[in-house]
Design a binder for this molecule. Structure first.
Ligand code: B3K
Ligand code: ZN
Length: 904
């Protein structure tokens, strides 16, 4: 899609309430791929005098319009709006507006609005796709009740689905049929959905908490029916979890999930008719990895949880996106943690459950640091509640989602679980059925708990990752320990030239103090009475630029355990010594901080190695790190899943962020060297972990079994780094004998990444075995795009060759992501090749994709966000590539905003 309109910035401060209400809408949709007719009959009421009725529409052909049955002549859309003058001027006056339009779903490659995928019809309306289906008040604060009549050829589209309940079905003349759906709940247009085509479903009937029967369905293409069980189980678990944890029940009689192969993102929470990327529905042991299974559980949960947080209570405007997304991510994180803890408790004990929760927390924090921290330090940095945008689709970001979830988590940390629940209850009591703001959510949390959360509001209005610098001082004479915290957060992104004076955040800062035997000290702040049952972890309310906390009864200098369980999305600076970190890694009662100590050790070592490499010295591996990890691998009292987390070295992209001037080649060499060294020095321990963590019996994706496989496979990855023939043989055996995708993929990626002799044969075997399974072939592309380069064979050459593969296409977002995004965002050392070839490739692909699908292209465009941070030669080459894209005459609004902000 080519657009030539000029950039328009939308500001949050310009919000005005709509001048009309839609009391109800009836849609009649005659589905024909090239020419679909939509009759849209709206009962409307004017709510504000003096304003015209302006409807949004995009790419529509207007074929007729009436107001209260009277035809409007000479009506013409201007750009993307349709203004109707012939409507009542009085506030409170109602009228019926009927519009007939045509659109072309077959030609819609943007995958927004109504489109065709593999011969079936699907919709995606969030954020502003409904306007591609009909003219409408396409904004989230206009909520109404929908009745939808779908008509289509019965042979070609036997299944016709929309939101809510099926109220009528009948056959029509000339081979067509009709279905009428009614959704009793008011909803904004972005939650509208329809699906039509040749699909089949598995279904279950369950009872909800209040004893009502609910029909659950998962719809897929016939050949995929055998891969739907896990999605259905995840849905059932989600429903029961939301009842237990938040007292929220499914409101509709029927809840459907539909899978589609062409989809821009993960899934969509349309009321009662969630539409999913196949990647987050289809799974069986042979084709999906443990990570795929876990992702499905989490995304199914996420979309289901939106039914309350997003659908029943929605956003007033798109600046409030985190109101539903941050909250719903927090809810899906808690759901996954509870599910993992439940599996661990069944297999082990309470300690195992705590460790399983920590593993989930570690995974979430890793994403935050690897993706959100860089975003928050780059040209696209924005507050959790942005103040402006050019294209809203560019603001479905890790900041709005993942940092937004951290902000919600901080309420729970500050108010406790019960206090948080009270706040949620009040939120629904006040706002059910309405479109509200992040401030409304904060007010509910504050009012339900009698707390002043005014300062906490800065988490929504200020961007950037706060840095907390910590100093500790022990006074042996008075037995006190004084902790001094200082916070700073420089202006970032568009804050830089806004003249903003940033104010301190309200940071819940959880700490513990560890004595020389590794035990937690009881914590008593100065002025507090001694407690019979003292706590050993406390959440400090850190609200000022500099604040001091004095702990009493501290006989000897303790080791501070800072920001336990990552209680706030901040960067902590404290001058830990190597000895302190190894001690903390071995003893901290907070499992998250045991992991954190290991990450600090590894990061310090790797950054020193990078400096060695830059100075032409052989990089030296710190023996303390080797010994600390040896203890972890060998410690069978630790859960396998946790041990695996400890063995994952900080990512290259994370290390790049930690440097003032990023040097991807040196980082890659350092990390690879450390991996090889660990593989050699810990060979015996790794081999033992490999052999002791085989999972026998039928495949189960539960967190405990998955943890064993994860540890076994990371061990294999290390072992193969040595290129020892025994290790290569292990990988080949595991590949050939694998009975599940986790093991097959674990072995294949070990072989591919180490250029083991068996790799070409294995890659060819893998392709043939799974040629008919698109999601597995995505893995095959992705693995090769992320492989390290070999002598004389840069990975880009492989990627370019794969683009000519018959199975490759830019039109399918999953496939484009599997090859192009994997290379540009998942393979930093090769992407940042010294000759700039990666950037030229990036520019080419951004432009090619933009002509097909602006949203997907704009995501790829973000791969160069951090260009200013790199060594001069790379930085200049990236700037050239950005300029080349920016200079293209017909960029989408989506891509133009990204490259414009990057260059600004
Ligand atoms: N709400 C959708 C995302 C829509 C993205 C539009 N560009 C999925 C989700 O967050 O659940
Ligand atoms: Zn969401």
């Amino acid at each position: 899609m080519l657009r030539t309109d000029t950039a328009v910035t939308i500001y949050r401060k310009d919000y005005t309430a709509p001048a009309f209400r839609i009391d109800e809408v009836a849609l009649e949709i005659d589905l024909v791929p090239e020419r679909t007719r939509v009759v849209n009959r709206m009962r409307m009421t004017r709510t504000d005098a003096g304003k015209p009725l302006v409807l949004a529409g995009e790419g529509l052909e207007l074929a007729g319009a009436t107001v209260d049955g009277k035809a409007l002549s000479g009506l013409q859309a201007s750009g993307d709006t349709l203004t109707i003058d012939a409507v009542p001027a009085d506030v409170g006056a109602s009228f019926t507006l009927e519009l007939t339009t045509y659109c072309n779903p077959a030609a819609n490659s943007s995958l927004m609005g109504l489109y065709v995928s593999n011969g079936n019809f699907f919709t995606q309306c969030e954020a502003e796709g409904f306007r591609k289906i009909t003219y409408f008040l396409d904004r989230p604060d206009v909520m109404t009740v929908y009745t939808v009549t779908l008509r289509a050829s019965k042979a070609d589209y036997p299944v016709l689905l929309s939101n809510g309940n099926l109220v009528a079905e009948r056959d029509l003349p000339d081979g067509r049929h009709e279905a009428v759906w009614h959704d009793p709940f008011k909803k904004p247009s972005y939650l509208f959905a329809l699906v039509a085509g040749k699909l089949e479903c598995i279904e279950e009937r369950i009872q909800s908490a209040s004893g009502k029967e609910k029909l659950l369905q998962v719809w897929v293409e016939a050949q995929d029916l055998g891969k739907t069980r896990h999605a259905m189980d995840s849905l059932i678990h989600s429903i029961h979890w939301d009842e237990r944890r938040f007292g929220l029940e499914l409101d509709l009689d029927r809840f459907m999930i539909v899978a589609v192969g062409d989809f821009n993102m993960g899934a969509m929470e349309n009321k009662g008719l969630n539409i999913f990327n196949t990647k987050y529905v289809l799974a069986n042991a042979e084709t999906a990895t443990d990570v795929d299974f876990a992702n499905i559980e989490s995304v199914v949960g996420h979309e289901y949880f939106h039914n309350w947080t997003g659908n029943r209570v929605t956003c007033r405007d798109w600046f409030q996106l985190s109101l539903k997304e941050g909250l719903t991510v927090f809810r899906d994180q808690e759901f996954s943690a509870d599910m993992a803890a439940q599996a661990a408790a069944q297999a082990g004990n309470e300690a195992a459950a705590a460790s399983a929760r920590a593993v989930k927390r570690i995974e979430d924090v890793r994403v935050l640091r690897q993706a959100q921290f860089p975003e928050d330090a780059g040209p696209m940095a924005h507050p959790v509640r942005p103040d402006s945008y050019e294209e809203i689709n560019n603001f479905y970001t890790v900041t709005v989602y993942e940092k937004g979830a951290e902000v919600v988590r901080m309420y729970q940390t500050l108010l406790g679980r019960d206090g948080f629940r009270k706040g949620m209850d009040l939120y629904f009591q006040r706002h059910d059925g309405h479109a509200v703001t992040c401030d409304d959510f904060r007010a509910a949390m504050a009012d339900a708990n009698g707390r002043d959360l005014t300062q906490f509001g800065r988490w929504y209005s200020q961007a950037g990752t706060p840095v907390v610098a910590v100093e500790g001082h022990h006074d042996a004479a008075t037995h006190t320990y004084t902790l001094t915290l200082r916070q700073r957060c420089e202006p970032v992104g568009i804050e830089v030239n806004s003249g903003i004076q940033k104010q301190p955040f309200h940071i819940p800062f959880a700490i513990g103090l560890i004595d020389k035997n590794g035990r937690d000290l009881p914590l008593r702040l100065r002025g507090e009475a001694a407690s019979p049952s003292p706590v050993t972890t406390r959440v400090l309310d850190f609200t000022e630029t500099k604040q001091t906390f004095v702990f009493e009864d501290v006989a000897e200098a303790p080791l501070p355990s800072l920001l336990r369980n990552f209680s706030a999305p901040v960067i902590v600076e404290y001058g830990y010594t190597t000895e302190q970190l190894t001690f903390q890694l071995a003893h901290d009662s907070d499992p998250f901080n045991r992991w954190e100590a290991g990450q600090r050790l590894a990061t310090d070592t790797l950054l020193r190695m990078v400096t060695d490499i830059q100075h032409g010295h052989a990089p030296a591996v710190d023996p303390a790190l080797v010994e600390a990890l040896r203890a972890v691998v060998a410690d069978t009292s630790l859960d396998p899943a946790f041990r695996e987390q400890m063995l994952i070295l900080p990512a290259e992209s994370y290390l790049a962020e930690r440097m003032d001037v990023a040097d991807p080649a040196a980082i890659h060499t350092a990390r690879r060297t450390l991996r090889r060294t660990l593989a050699e020095k810990l060979n015996a321990e790794l081999l033992r972990a490999y052999h002791y963590n085989q999972t026998e019996g039928p495949y189960s994706p539960d967190a405990v079994s998955a943890g064993k496989r994860a540890l076994k496979n990371i061990a294999l990855g290390y072992l193969v780094e040595t290129e020892a023939s025994e290790a290569l043989a292990l990988a080949e055996q595991q590949y050939a004998g694998a009975t599940n995708m986790t093991d097959r993929m674990g072995a294949l990626s070990a072989m591919v990444n180490s250029y083991a002799p068996g790799r070409e044969a294995a890659l060819a075997d893998f392709y043939t075995r799974f040629a008919d399974d698109a999601l597995v072939i995505d893995k095959w592309f992705s693995l090769q795009a992320m492989q390290p380069g070999a002598a004389g064979k840069p990975t880009l050459a492989t990627v370019r060759a794969l683009m000519a593969h018959p199975a490759f296409t830019l039109r399918n977002p999953n496939r484009a992501r599997s090859l192009i995004f994997s290379f540009c965002s998942g393979n930093p050392a090769q992407f940042h090749a010294a000759d700039g070839s990666g950037y030229a490739f990036w520019a080419e692909q951004v432009l090619a994709l933009d002509a097909i699908n602006p949203q997907v292209s704009a995501r790829l465009a973000r791969a160069l966000d951090r260009w200013r941070k790199y060594v001069p030669t790379l930085r200049d080459a990236m700037q050239d590539a950005l300029k080349r894209v920016a200079a293209h005459p017909s960029l989408s609004r989506d891509v133009r905003e990204i490259v414009g902000k990057a260059l600004a």
